[in-house]
Design a protein around this ligand. Structure first.
Ligand code: BTN
Length: 319
């Protein structure tokens, strides 16, 4: 109920909504509305209450306050297992715990700040308070194990679509897991899969999207950017979050129903164009050659100097 009141206030940001109207919309008494408004005030929302006019949200806020975040998630996934933290060590670690204790089809752990955000290959991921979307999503895609590399690519297309639809910004995909804006990293994806020998059982996909950051630690300065730094605008993280979850749901439904062949052209439309010389580092060695794009499994093809094609399931692209 409180979440619905907040949602109505956010949707009608500049208008007063009367207690009577709110109570009729939500099927509760005016006293109940008043009590929920008091709770929202206690939780830090600036709500103006004027006699004979009603209630209005005073300042535009994309603050990640629990009710607002959960409201956005529930609008898309009413039955998901949801955990919200104003500060967490890493949502990815917490999502592993959620997966162990909860059998819901969808799960989501989200934090306004991570103090020990994790990237691929044991790297850390900078996740400052109030600036981005730091989220780990649990899903149970029904696919055979050999299709595992596709999961990051499907996620990347879903994030690009959500960002495009909410902000008009076109991110580009750097295979396999980075999303770039003007050549700098704006979003990272960390995919972890639980499987038996043949079949994927579940996945935890961590998404770190830099939204309103206007600064980064020095070691990231040349490499990282945010939607805000490149455009000079601030974006509503709550709306972006809802768009992201909706896009994950629709993209993964499409993928499970029709297969990767339908996702591949959508991925290619956002991906860095093939044809450039690249250097790819795997755990074992470094490969140099021409980027020949991905095959039908989502595997990266590199044409070596001798003309042979190397197929890479996962790697770090250095140039
Ligand atoms: C990478 O670029 O190497 C992947 C970065 C993934 C970051 C996200 S933020 C939410 C989730 N929690 C984490 O600790 N990491 C992922």
């Amino acid at each position: 109920m409180r979440t619905s009141i907040l949602q109505l206030l956010r949707e009608n940001q500049n208008e007063f909504l009367s207690g009577e109207w709110l109570s009729s919309q939500l099927g509760c008494s005016r006293t109940a509305v008043w009590k929920h408004i008091q709770t929202l005030l206690d939780r830090g929302y600036e709500i103006e209450a004027v006699r004979n006019k009603g209630y209005r949200l005073k300042v535009f806020s994309d603050a990640f306050i629990e009710d607002a975040v959960i409201g956005q998630i529930r609008a898309v996934w009413p039955d998901a297992a949801v955990e919200f933290y104003s500060s967490a060590s890493s949502t990815q670690t917490l999502a592993h715990r959620l997966l162990e204790t909860n059998t819901a089809e969808r799960g989501i752990v989200i934090a306004d700040e991570q103090t020990n955000g994790k990237g691929r290959l044991g790297r850390s991921f900078s996740s400052q308070k109030g600036e981005g979307i730091w989220v780990s999503i649990v899903m149970r895609p029904n696919i055979p194990v050999h299709q595992m590399p596709q999961l990051t690519l499907v996620t990347a297309t879903a994030v690009c679509k959500a960002v495009r639809e909410q902000t008009g910004i076109e991110l580009t995909i750097k295979w396999p897991n980075d999303l770039l804006l003007n050549g700098k990293k704006c979003c990272g994806i960390l995919t972890e899969v639980q499987s038996d020998p043949d079949q994927v059982k579940s996945m935890i996909v961590g998404i770190g999207l830099n939204v309103n950051n206007n600064d980064f630690p020095e070691w990231l300065f040349d490499k990282a950017t945010s939607l805000s730094m490149e455009t000079g605008e601030r974006f509503d993280r709550l709306q972006l979050l809802a768009a992201l979850i909706y896009s994950m749901e629709t993209m993964f439904s499409l993928y499970e129903e029709k297969g990767f062949s339908v996702i591949k052209p959508i991925w290619e439309a956002s991906a860095e164009s093939p044809g450039a010389n690249i250097r790819a580092r795997t755990r074992e060695r470094v490969y140099e050659g021409i980027n020949r794009g991905i095959d039908d499994d989502g595997v990266l093809l590199i044409e070596k100097e001798n003309g042979e094609i190397e197929r890479l399931l996962s790697a770090d692209i250095e140039k």
